[in-house]
Design a protein around this ligand. Structure first.
Ligand code: THU
Length: 130
């Protein structure tokens, strides 16, 4: 199963009764293991979590800490664009050159990188004086 197929499959489990917008994400960790996540909304809207956050949480719970590749899919008119918070979350565990594949459920797909999604990112260098 491709990474995008894993993202497509987990998207079916998304809990999105408020936005009705289901998102699936799957990542391949440095170990080769694949971790998947979907968005999980909440009646207290800000408590909802994105698909990417779910996949990252699964990766950490599984004992991996490096993202080698990530794929995200949604039923959108053009390939889903990870939200700002998810870009920062992905950057925590991925090098800038890591491929991010973004897709629509009807097969429109594009590739980018972590660095392209989050130029000038806040990283641990900024904490070096504390
Ligand atoms: N969502 C994600 O899961 N990932 C993104 O990168 C963009 C947005 C979710 C959050 C919310 O449940 C729904 O999509 C609509 O914003």
């Amino acid at each position: 199963m491709s990474l995008m197929d894993a993202a497509r499959a987990v998207r079916e489990h998304a809990y999105a009764p408020y936005s009705k917008f289901k998102v699936g994400a799957a990542l391949r960790a440095g170990s080769g293991a694949v971790y998947a996540g979907c968005n999980v909304e909440n009646v207290a809207y800000p408590e909802g979590t994105c698909a990417e956050a779910g996949a990252i949480a699964a990766m950490i719970a599984g004992g991996d800490t490096a993202i080698a590749e990530i794929a995200v899919i949604a039923d959108s008119p053009k390939p889903i664009s990870p939200c700002g918070g998810c870009r920062q979350k992905i950057a925590e565990f991925a090098e800038g050159d890591v491929t991010v594949t973004l897709a629509t459920t009807d097969g429109n797909q594009t590739e980018t990188t972590v660095a392209a999604l989050l130029p000038g990112s806040f990283d641990s260098d900024y904490l070096s004086r504390v």
